[in-house]
Design a protein around this ligand. Structure first.
Ligand code: H2U
Length: 350
């Protein structure tokens, strides 16, 4: 497909929205805010960390001396299970409020305080993949859970409260807003064409190649055609699988490889521990089949020009439409060219 070289809009069929793409605008000068770079090295154990093995958490509970992954109920959950509260719906024809219920979990990736997925070997990342799948299966099988969201905030810039490698899992009795839009987008395409939207996108991306970052036998990492964040990526399974528990042993091992390669490329891009929010988009567990749903993950990193200059979602973007300067094709090329050997391990023997 030959794309316009000047300003244009791209359609996101998953969320039914447009993004304004303004190639070349990155040439403008920047005299705005400069962030501080994260510390280059952390201790492998921090006695003051709430998530390190053997330490006491903020509510007084003690973590076990865990040796790989460790999951626990969030001590400050955003939602609590439904049985503990009365359901209330308030609506006056315009304003609506509804009681919601859910469960919140925290999952530590490693006992090591100083690691990130970019610095962990694929064999250890594989244990994280298994933990994501186990948490999703256990929470998703509950009658009072309609949707499970696995997400990771990494870096102070993304509001992460603790550098110890961890993610969160929120299970809710309702399907949240963005998942509802992803559902509608995939269903619309399925009803119109009989095939799955992300499978059709993947076929086009593999044929074109311009937005592919890296790939292996089971997974493809690409910059979405409609990406909003400068270095936003999506991880897609080659097989149409709806959720993390549905992944085979080989797919899980291959996912660990893909995650490692993507995270190393991210860190190498600006030679910094790359901040991001990421999340898995799995089929809702509301009991419906949703045959058009394909599992996918999104990475939303805020950095734009360097380790210390970020993109701000403000101005036109808050008031009119998402906008990007760097094209998705340029971003994919930069990530493709980014080495797969972590810059902090350059001196280490191979
Ligand atoms: P974030 O870094 O993404 O905020 O996740 C950390 C979570 O860990 C956060 O939701 C929880 C916070 O409530 N937490 C505990 O449950 N216990 C603690 O002792 C510290 C942090």
């Amino acid at each position: 497909m030959s794309l316009p070289t000047g300003a244009h809009r791209r359609y996101n069929p998953l969320l039914d929205e447009w993004v304004l793409c303004s190639p070349g605008r990155l040439r403008r000068p920047w005299q705005g805010q400069v962030e501080s770079a994260p510390p280059e090295s952390l201790p492998s154990y921090d006695p003051a960390c709430y998530l390190c093995p053997g330490n006491t958490r903020a509510n007084g509970a003690r973590n076990p001396a865990y040796a790989s992954t460790f999951a626990f109920d969030n001590d400050f959950p955003a939602l609590v299970p439904g049985a503990s509260q009365a359901a209330v719906e308030a609506a006056d024809g315009v304003l609506v409020a509804r009681t919601v219920s859910g469960l919140c979990r925290v999952l530590c990736f490693s006992p090591r305080h100083d690691l990130t997925l970019a610095l962990m070997p694929p064999a250890e990342i594989r244990l994280v993949v298994d933990a994501w799948a186990d948490e999703s299966a256990r929470l998703g099988s509950r009658d009072d859970v309609a949707h499970v969201q696995v997400f990771e905030n990494k870096g102070e810039m993304m509001g992460c409260s603790n550098p110890h490698p961890h993610c969160q899992v929120w299970a809710t009795g309702h399907v949240p807003s963005l998942a509802t839009r992803r559902l509608a987008g995939q269903r619309r395409h399925f009803e119109a064409t009989g095939s799955d939207l992300l499978g059709d996108c993947l076929a086009r991306e593999l044929a074109d190649g311009a937005r592919i970052v890296c790939a292996n036998e089971h997974w493809v990492v690409l910059v979405p055609f409609w990406a909003v964040w400068p270095f936003e990526t999506m991880i897609l399974p080659r097989r149409k699988v709806a959720d993390l528990p549905g992944l085979s042993a080989e797919e899980r091992a291959a996912l660990a490889d893909a995650l490692s390669r993507l995270n190393v490329r991210y860190d190498n891009l600006f030679r910094t521990s790359f901040p991001y929010s990421m999340g898995w988009h799995a089929r809702p567990t509301d009991g419906a089949e949703h045959p058009y749903w394909r599992l996918h993950a999104s990475y939303y990193p805020p950095l734009l020009r360097s380790a210390t200059v970020r993109k701000f979602v403000v101005g036109y973007e808050l008031t009119a439409e998402a906008q990007r300067d760097l094209t998705p094709e340029e971003a994919a090329e930069r990530l493709r060219e980014s080495p797969e050997r972590h810059y902090r391990l350059e001196a280490a023997p191979r």
